[in-house]
Design a binder for this molecule. Structure first.
Ligand code: PLP
Length: 441
């Protein structure tokens, strides 16, 4: 079935969403407030979520393998999280000062990630990476930052560089040029962002040898979550650790998504201790959140005691008690057994998809770790952003839309996330739905 036919089927089932979208475009550009979630001709409107299930404005039920872009690790409306939110909300939603809830969530996070000796909360992952980058610059006195080609770290200027560049504009694979990901990024930003190729130690060594003394921070998503879930090659993260330490570069692990892959995040799974870590999504239990933290001597720049902080951090809703309580209830439910269950679900789903692709001789593969997976429509070995970048951008969209029509939601580009509320049958339902989509395409 062509993309057009899938879209026609979609529009025939989503009349109420279409009507809502028409009202929305009158008051918001494109009808919404989140570019990532938009797809043509209009996204369906959500009415309700429970466990692994969602219902749209037309009453159609689907299985959710998006989980608000990996945030909802327990699933929708988990009883403990809802109870925690209700209990706290009754006593006031936010205050011009701290509450005990903030300490308890900070403790729960630092217990899981010993590298976070000290941390602060924000309202989003974007604010977390923005603060971490500023902090590294303040601590080192250096002007530049380094990031990997294809990595997404939120939507502030410093990291909206080379997120999904056209390789023609980005030049040599071993020495990628910084490319603005958005209109409105000033040229000064591009001069201060050094772009590295993922998993290419030799090329990274050359770039760092040339620019290293100017680089304050290297920000790394340990599994390149937004560019195909490309795991680090053996030894790559430990090498980055050594190399940054040797050059006085602050190593930031952006674990906004990868915190999902183990009780102590990707840093536990891969055994590497960064200087700073950024978090978001699952630590807020479904409410807006972010956090950044790490070495006590670096975080001390935010300490307002004795003469004032060298970096001022505002945020009217930072660490509000409702988010803190939702986050703590979520982390309490994420026991080591819960991670083992998420891993097993991930293996079941990835195994089913791989067998399907082999049986149907379809050119494709599935990558991922733990509860995260990504569908790729190539058999090329996946090592970095460029190898994972689809040569034909329509296939992922056609599969996405086909799955929506089959009662499954994932992300448009192929990233999927499994919630703890997902059953074995739900994982099999995903594979069976994909089989029908593949068969008709
Ligand atoms: C790795 C990573 N860093 C940062 C962010 C930004 O987080 P937020 O959307 O909460 O601003 C995201 C969001 O998807 C992310 O995946």
């Amino acid at each position: 079935m062509s993309l057009d036919k899938e879209v026609t089927e979609y529009t025939s089932k989503t009349a109420r969403s279409r009507a809502l979208h028409e009202e929305a475009v009158a008051v918001m550009p494109g009808g919404n407030s989140r570019t990532t979630t938009f797809f043509d001709p209009y996204p369906f409107y959500f009415q309700r979520g429970q466990g692994a299930h969602i219902w749209d404005a037309d009453g159609v039920e689907r299985l959710d393998f998006n989980g608000n872009y990996t945030s909802l690790v327990l699933g929708h409306a988990h009883g403990d999280v809802v109870k925690a939110v209700q209990g706290v909300a009754e006593n006031g939603l936010s205050f011009p000062g701290p509450t005990e809830h903030e300490i308890r969530l900070a403790e729960a996070i630092t217990r899981r990630m010993p590298s976070l000796e000290s941390l602060r909360f924000t309202n989003s992952g974007t604010e977390a990476t923005m603060n971490a980058v500023r902090l590294a610059r303040a601590f080192t006195g250096r002007p530049k930052i380094a990031k990997f080609e294809g990595a997404f770290h939120g939507t502030h200027d410093w990291v909206m560089v080379s997120v999904s560049p056209d390789p023609k504009a980005a030049g040599n694979r071993k020495r990628p040029k910084p490319v603005a990901w958005s209109a409105g990024i000033p040229p000064a930003v591009l001069k201060h962002v050094v772009v590295l190729p993922w998993n290419d130690q030799e090329a990274c060594a050359e770039i760092l040898a040339k620019d290293g003394e100017q680089i304050a921070a290297l920000i790394v998503d340990p599994i390149l979550c937004n560019a195909g879930l490309i795991s680090p090659a053996d030894g790559f993260l430990p090498w980055l650790r050594e190399e940054t330490q040797r050059r006085g570069i602050v190593l930031i692990f952006d674990e906004v998504i990868s915190f999902r892959v183990a009780w102590g995040g990707a840093q536990e799974r891969f055994g590497v201790r960064p200087d700073l870590t950024t978090l978001g999504k699952i630590i807020g239990g479904g409410l807006p959140v972010g956090a950044f933290g790490g070495r006590r001597d670096i975080m001390a720049l935010y300490d307002p005691r004795q003469g004032g902080a060298r970096i001022s951090q505002g945020g009217t809703f930072n660490a509000n008690p409702v988010t803190m309580a939702a986050g703590l209830a979520t982390l309490n439910a994420l026991t080591p057994e819960a991670y083992a269950r998420l891993d097993a679900l991930g293996e079941r789903l990835r195994g089913g998809v791989s067998r399907l692709l082999t049986a149907t001789r379809r050119k494709g593969q599935v990558s991922g770790v733990g509860s995260l997976f990504w569908l790729h429509w190539t058999t090329e070995k996946l090592t970095d952003y460029r190898s994972a970048r689809p040569k034909d951008g329509e296939t992922p969209l056609r599969v996405f839309m086909g799955l929506v029509n089959e009662g499954i939601l994932m992300t448009q580009r192929g990233l999927g996330a499994i919630a703890l509320a997902t059953s074995d049958e739900d994982a099999d339902r995903f594979v069976n739905a994909l089989a029908r989509v593949v068969a008709r395409q």
